[in-house]
Write a protein that binds this ligand. Sequence first.
Ligand SMILES: *Cc1c(COP(=O)(O)O)cnc(C)c1O
Length: 392
Amino acid sequence: MKTLPFHLPDIGNNEINSVLEVLRSGWLTTGAKTHEFEAEFAEAVGADFAVAVNSCTAALHLSLEAIGLKEGDEVITTPYTFASTAEVVEYFNAKPVFVDVNEDDLNINSYKIESIINEKTKAILPVHMAGKAVNLEHVYDIANKYDLFVVEDAAHSFPTTYNGQFIGGHSKMREIPSTACFSFYATKTITTGEGGMICTHDAKIADRCKRMALHGISKNAWNRYSSTGSWFYEIESPGFKYNMTDMAAALGLCQLQKAESMRDRRLEIATLYNEAFSNIEQFRVPPLNIASNDLHSWHLYMLRINPNTLKISRDHFIQQLRELGIGTSVHFIPLHIHPYYKDKYGYNNNDFPVAFNEFQKEISLPIYSSLSDSDIERIIECVIKISKDHAK
Ligand SMILES: *Cc1c(COP(=O)(O)O)cnc(C)c1O
């Protein structure tokens, strides 16, 4: 029987032809396609500005640079996330300060944020886990009260809404500039192979990100026909090399067109999984109905096992699924148990007990638009069979 991979990108002829068109055009790097992608993405989420870059990690880094993060500053974030979220804080010799997550949706527990704010706190960096929005109103209320920046790690959350507004459109909610950073990595909800986007309502932040994404120079490579000709530029700051290519942007434009239909399919899959697993005591399913009918992007389907009801561990469960040809993954190994953070800050596993405990139960099942109904049936059958074979 064929193996079902954990993820497959949904790449059709449109994507292939659009990339070929760019290859034939003679202009491969940042140019007209990238601008078009920025404009369409900004419109899709309701942001005033969108800056395309070559990863979400770059987007997060540039955002923190643009808000002026300095050595010794603190940024409040979650331990239940990917490496990028905290490493970008470390780039500045600033400190990522972790706040434990909610047990139900694994998002940052916003009620624990206020008590750790001090004069060093500069920003809050929440992650919309799996594509379910964090309690943004609360996060922004706290940020407003203490004059903090908000940089949203929106790597999972296109298209996700909160109070009817797309993630990426929320910096309107406040005076102090904020950004939302998206990922177009190969496994994300829309992909450009590698890529990212910074969305903001603040012109200065957008401009700073744009310049720093390309060496901190005052003129971009595509601006060839200015009065000084093609050769003139000025370095204003030592920037980075984070710009998006037109090949990637061409992919992104095609993916954007089908983002909604791909999300609809992922919602169908999540619904089928929840129907199949919600009444089985061996499992805990992710919350399907979110507040006020908001959109969940369903980037991940995070199933959790109930260890008291099984004779096998999560790792063994994953092994059994692999033997049946089902690819899975685990999201996420909490940052505070990784050697770097553990050694540097002296963390114990139980310093963030929810993150630590839930990580040990978590299995991410395949959820992507090219899965057929029979693929889903097969995954469900395998998961249920393993749970029955090894029930306590
Ligand atoms: C994938 C991911 C990132 C990084 O995205 P890249 O585009 O690969 O840099 C950041 N944060 C989270 C939560 C992610 O899952």
